[in-house]
Unconditional design. Structure first.
Length: 453
């Protein structure tokens, strides 16, 4: 038995030790919504990749416009949003989409989707993506694009596609000079739009890419299990000698868009054979109010947290798809700063609605602090009031406040205040009231600091 096997066994014991837990904290969802009327991403958006470059986070996604006249105009295109915090607020890039359809008759003139980003050197960025042509609507192939910035402009590789008929890209990782591409393929083999995870390898970004003879590397669960319907694509990350994958596992529904999907975890020491975590699923859709599915999962490690970005589908509105995030705390104690509200302006005498605030889950939270910051007009006479409402399920909220407090007030100044609270409830939401009837309040920010023991 070689050294790798010995190290692998020790890593296996560490991952599967009985007291190892992933503590799920639903994010301020949705973190990114479909576009406004007439926009290129009006109909729905779905998660691609998350990438950090210097101090900026980049959230890639594909979206579809709403055009009832022709389906071709409802094709997927790729866009990006940026933030200085992994939980947002996210700002869509004004030049979206960053990767558009190919010329008419090309292999990707019908859809471009499922972006995966890698940076090499100081200014070389690679994007692998899934594309489909209008003449071959039963086949998704893989293309490559390059840029000198995460925002582009992205230039498609002249000899695309680099890999024919290989499904939805989940992610590409580079390990010891080799590129590992993980995709959902064959699409539809375990259920409508769902499949196992497959692997291809190459020594260069453009290939040649060789499909692994032992595919799939991760298969759906046994009949009756939580992931017996297969997977939407999942991103593989290589850290500390281990290949990690967080994936959306499907419990199929007769209507595909209503398929139930939670997040599971699996790991591998060689990139070929993955072992499912015995305490799966690690992120339950039921923990996020009204969620029917966490699909197209992409992970970002920032210890002690793992951020799992995903397409978010709803029970009450199955036709809508936004983007959400689940946070996994991997150790205790922890402190997580979660941006809740970010308003350019709160008009004089107005109050925000509960619907404008994401639900804050306190299921695994033992300590809570609310920080409020705002700027008052130089002629303001009254300040900002903060209201908290409680809920047992994250959907139905009390009609009376659980807590109320006022931010400190000084005309013409930017004021911040933190209040420590000890609620014993499952969910809370916050709404804000401008007590001044004549002057707006600007630059309003509310952050919840969540603590666990």
């Amino acid at each position: 038995m070689d050294i790798w096997d010995e190290e692998g066994k020790e890593m296996h014991r560490e991952i599967e030790r009985p007291h190892r837990k992933f503590i799920q904290i639903p994010g301020p969802n949705p973190i990114l919504r479909r576009g406004k009327k007439g926009s290129w991403d009006e109909k729905w958006i779905e998660c691609c990749d998350v990438f950090k470059d210097y101090e900026t986070y980049y959230l890639y996604y594909h979206g579809v416009p709403l055009d009832k006249k022709t389906w071709l105009r409802q094709s997927y295109r790729i866009g990006v949003a940026t933030s200085s915090h992994p939980l947002g607020p996210w700002r869509k890039y004004e030049k979206n989409p960053i990767l558009d359809l190919g010329e008419e008759g090309s292999w990707d003139d019908y859809h471009v989707a499922c972006a995966s980003i890698i940076k090499e050197g100081t200014d070389k960025y690679y994007m692998w993506y899934s594309g489909m042509g209008s003449k071959k609507r039963d086949k998704w192939s893989i293309g490559l694009a390059t840029a000198s910035s995460p925002l582009g402009p992205w230039k498609k590789y002249k000899d695309n596609p680099v890999l024919e008929d290989f499904g939805y890209v989940g992610g590409v990782v580079k390990v010891k000079g080799k590129y590992y591409m993980y995709t959902e393929h064959p699409i539809g083999s375990t259920g409508p739009d769902y499949g196992p995870i497959a692997l291809a390898k190459a020594e260069r970004p453009e290939g040649p890419w060789i499909k692994h003879k032992g595919n799939p590397v991760l298969s759906s669960g046994d009949w009756g299990s939580w992931d017996d319907g297969g997977f939407s694509e999942g991103e593989v990350t290589y850290r500390e000698g281990i290949f990690h994958i967080f994936y959306g596992g499907a419990k199929l529904h007769p209507t595909r868009i209503q398929t139930r999907e939670s997040i599971g975890y699996a790991y591998s020491f060689d990139g070929y054979k993955f072992t499912k975590y015995r305490n799966n699923p690690v992120a339950l859709r039921e923990r996020n109010p009204d969620a029917s599915a966490f699909a197209e999962v992409h992970s970002f490690f920032e210890p002690p947290f793992i951020f799992l970005y995903h397409t978010l589908r709803y029970i009450s509105r199955p036709e809508i798809e936004d983007i959400g995030v689940q946070v996994l705390a991997t150790s205790t104690p922890f402190r997580l700063a979660m941006p809740i509200l970010n308003l350019n302006s709160l008009k004089a005498g107005t109050t925000t609605s509960l619907e404008n605030c994401p639900p804050i889950s306190l299921e695994h939270i033992s300590e809570l602090a609310i920080t409020v910051e705002c700027t008052y007009h130089v002629k303001a006479k009254k300040g900002l009031r903060i209201h908290l409402r409680a809920s047992y399920d994250g959907i139905h909220y009390d009609t009376e406040n659980l807590y109320t407090f006022d931010n400190d007030f000084k005309p013409g100044q930017t004021i911040g205040k933190t209040v420590e609270l000890s609620p014993k409830v499952m969910f809370i939401k916050i709404f804000l009231e401008n007590l001044d009837k004549a002057k707006d309040i600007t630059n309003v920010k509310v952050t919840a600091t969540l603590g666990g023991k």
